[in-house]
Write a new protein. Structure first.
Length: 145
């Protein structure tokens, strides 16, 4: 049976292995930002996340092992789904939806006016999943090389 737990900020290192899997996932999918994902470290990302005004990290566990995580944060009146990752063998199990709904609920409890997320280039297949959760594409962000 799947369980979801909320990590304390001091325990964020518990997702480092899963975060590494997410990083590799993005490296495989992206055409233009491969080097960015190679150069990004968990230590740097952790520092960025811990600098957020408010932060929540949810972890899904099944069969005594962690299978995914969702990171959400607040900055001013904006709530952000920072990251969502589910191990490939656990996709379709409902873990992604359950984690997302926990994160969204937490963001709403923080009284944010807007909840946003970004989808990495190459990972567009996940857009249908987010659309089912109520998200809609508002803009396309491009970066100059």
């Amino acid at each position: 049976m799947m369980q979801i737990r909320l990590l304390d900020k001091d325990d964020i290192d518990q997702i480092e292995t899963l975060w590494g899997e997410l990083k590799k996932h993005h490296q495989r999918l992206t055409e233009d930002f491969h080097q960015h994902y190679i150069e990004t470290s968990f230590t740097v990302r952790k520092k960025e996340l811990l600098s957020r005004e408010k932060l929540a990290v949810y972890v899904a566990n099944s069969g005594n092992r962690d299978i995914g995580f969702c990171i959400v944060s607040v900055g001013g009146e904006i709530g952000t789904v920072e990251s969502l990752y589910i191990q490939p063998e656990a996709r379709g199990s409902g873990a992604g939806k359950a984690l997302s709904l926990k994160g969204i609920k937490w963001l709403k409890e923080q009284a944010v006016k807007d909840i946003r997320l970004s989808v990495g280039q190459g990972n567009e297949a996940v857009l249908a999943f987010y659309k089912k959760l109520g998200f809609r594409q508002r803009a396309v962000v491009m970066q100059l090389f």
